[in-house]
Write a protein that binds this ligand. Structure first.
Ligand code: SAM
Length: 292
């Protein structure tokens, strides 16, 4: 079978199957061999690796992954792509394509059934309309992923790797950096996709942190504190936290001031200036107050 990164080959296949792109499903297929290599190399795949791909499209990335990995499971929502995938993935014996919505499907079940519960990597050119929910569902899903190597909108990639105090730094930054160490591997122009999306893209690698600093209860509080801090970006941390309705009783404004001072965080700072480590110590401080 000819290379799926050739625009002519892709057009021919789509035409033969009468396939029309669905904008609503974020269908922008990769048509650049160099970027394909960069994704596969960036994912550092070896022969023992189990890979979960979100949205195989016509199977371009799937085939490249299949050549390097032990097994690839690809979840695709659009059933119109299945006759095409039957053709393009013929002979790729270590690939399993599953019909479903990645946000609904039982990923724990997939990991048990196809990977025997072993750690796996997520590698995908994500559908951009649900980039953040997909990333968060893996991070929060208690799943044994080791890395996520994903193509996403450049703007979201910039937010993920942002530093405190910058305009891009927000709740998504803190959440992703809490769970993983993120890196931008390569920035990608819209022209490497068919059809080209309206935005530029970037491929990021999110490497899971083996040890998280907070236990489950503290982590729940951490995410409430982060939400509170960023929901009122222009307020001081003291005002943002004291006007937020926490699920637990955090005391009055004076108590919150004491928590902040106990963590050596100036109450007049804005939430967006706090590092992830400072949010962690703030969550611990809040927990102490609740448990008093
Ligand atoms: N991997 C292919 C490539 O690189 O050319 C296609 C990538 S395209 C950006 C995104 C793919 O995700 C499409 O095939 C689309 O149909 C699929 N998709 C969209 N929403 C999905 C969902 N909720 N669950 C699973 N797949 C989805």
């Amino acid at each position: 079978m000819k290379s799926l990164t050739s625009p002519k080959v892709v057009k021919d296949i789509l035409k033969r199957h009468g396939f029309e792109f669905s904008k609503g499903l974020g269908q922008n297929f990769l048509i650049d061999g160099n970027i394909l290599d960069k994704i596969v190399n960036g994912a550092d795949i070896c022969g023992d690796d189990f890979i979960l791909e979100v949205g195989p499209g016509i199977g371009t990335l799937t085939r490249a992954l299949s050549n390097r990995a032990a097994k690839v499971v690809a979840v695709e929502i659009d059933d119109r792509l299945f006759p095409i995938l039957d053709e393009t993935l013929e002979g790729y014996e270590n690939v399993h394509v599953i019909h479903g919505d990645i946000l609904d499907i039982d990923i724990h079940g997939i990991v048990e059934h196809y990977f025997d519960g072993h750690p796996f990597k997520v590698v995908a050119n994500l559908p951009y309309y649900i980039t953040s929910p997909i990333i968060m569902s893996f991070l929060e899903g208690d799943l044994p992923y080791t890395d996520m190597v994903v193509m996403i909108q450049r703007e979201v990639a910039d937010r993920i790797v942002a530093y405190p105090g910058t305009k891009d730094y927000g709740a998504l930054t803190v959440a992703v950096q809490y769970y993983t160490e993120p890196n931008i591997i390569v920035k990608v122009p819209a022209s490497v996709f068919m059809p080209p999306p309206k935005v530029d893209s970037a491929m990021v690698r999110l490497t899971r942190r083996d040890h998280l600093p907070l236990d489950e209860r503290e982590a729940k509080l951490f995410f409430q504190v982060v939400k509170a801090a960023f929901s009122k970006r222009r307020k001081t941390l003291l005002n943002a936290l004291s006007s937020y309705s926490f699920k637990e009783d955090m005391g009055d404004k004076d108590d919150i001031r004491k928590i902040l001072e106990g963590c050596e965080i100036d109450p007049s700072r804005r939430g967006e200036t706090l590092s992830v480590d400072e949010f962690v110590s703030l969550a611990r401080g809040c927990m102490k107050m609740i448990c008093k």
